[in-house]
Write a new protein. Structure first.
Length: 335
């Protein structure tokens, strides 16, 4: 698939030709053995490619140069332990393939088998969690990793850090999605050793940004889409009314992923209900956009919901027949 990948990289290097145009080109030419030749580009019906050719920006010479540069990029990436995977490869995440705006290229370092793990869940939350939130992020991640889930998060400070560390504590697998090129210094710098530990433990670092791409604030928000996109479900440990976690939840809702949030009201006689880090959680509960979790049995129910969503063995009506509230009342709290 290196030829296909180099073709994608080459096309993206031309000004005005973005991912949608590249995807359109390869969809109209997939199966064409000569798809990397300029004369095939010259026949393309993709508007932005035709425009580049008409402007003589994309010529036979510039195309051949771009292909050679793309092959060098693939070679250099391989030397750095970074695998570039295009959206037609078997290793490309099946969960991404279901997204209408899927990234056409992803960059992976580590265990690429985690891109298509049998079960995966994103565990996310604020960068400034309460001590309770830190504890629960770690514990829930540990519990699910021990059950075979790959834990997906963003390597940020706070809840993300606890999620990754919880998975590692039981020798589980975890994926960190980064908002910069994988050959750049890991952000945040406080988690560089954690990133190394993830790789050493058979985990994965993943990015949709090419090598050499530095981090910009807007990339962090863009990255949030892929945390839910890669996962089979999403668990929010703590979030305020505003913040990046809500961006991920918004994407999860659009992607129709099962969503759960930690329900602080059920702990310590409700003393935690007023903390600011919980107000986003309760909003999603009251709006029926997320399932509240606070017992191991509620985690098991959410696990079942993820499985049902993934394999479509049960109808929505069957899932709704589970009386979750009464089940919770009979179970021990996490603490």
């Amino acid at each position: 698939m290196d030829d296909l990948t180099s073709g994608m990289i080459a096309l993206l290097s031309f000004s005005g030709i973005g991912p949608k145009a590249v995807l359109s080109y390869f969809e109209e030419n997939i199966g064409n053995d000569n798809k990397l030749y300029f004369h095939n580009l010259d026949k393309s019906n993709v508007k932005m490619i035709k425009k580049a050719i008409d402007a003589e920006v994309l010529t036979s010479t510039s195309w051949n140069d771009a292909i050679q540069k793309a092959k060098k990029i693939i070679e250099d990436s391989s030397e750095k332990g970074i695998r570039i995977i295009n959206s037609y490869e078997d290793q490309y995440p099946q969960n991404f393939k279901r997204l209408p705006n899927r990234p056409i290229l992803i960059y992976a370092k580590g265990n690429i088998e985690l891109l298509n793990q049998d079960k995966s869940v994103a565990i996310i939350g604020t960068r400034d969690p309460s001590n309770f939130g830190k504890k629960m992020g770690y514990k829930i991640s540990m519990l699910l990793a021990a059950k075979g889930y790959s834990i997906v998060s963003g390597l940020a400070k706070g809840v993300d850090t606890e999620a990754h560390q919880g998975a590692l504590s039981v020798l589980g697998k975890t994926v960190a999605i980064l908002a910069h090129g994988l050959d750049m210094p890991v952000y945040p710098k406080e988690n560089r050793k954690l990133a190394e530990k993830i790789l050493e433990s058979g985990g994965l670092l993943l990015s949709t940004y090419s090598n050499g791409t530095k981090l910009f604030p807007q990339y962090l928000a863009a990255r949030d889409e892929w945390q839910s996109g890669l996962s089979d479900g999403v668990i929010v440990i703590e979030t305020g009314i505003k913040g990046g976690t809500n961006i991920t939840v918004g994407h999860a809702i659009k992607q129709k992923k099962p969503i759960a949030v930690l329900d602080h009201r059920q702990f310590k006689d409700g003393e935690l209900a007023e903390i600011k880090q919980f107000q986003g959680n309760v909003k999603y509960i009251l709006e029926n956009k997320a399932d509240p979790i606070y017992t191991e049995h509620s985690i098991a129910i959410f696990d079942k919901k993820i499985c049902n969503s993934k394999i479509k063995e049960e109808t929505k009506e069957d899932v709704q027949k589970i009386n979750v509230s009464s089940v919770y009342a009979q179970e021990e709290l996490f603490e």
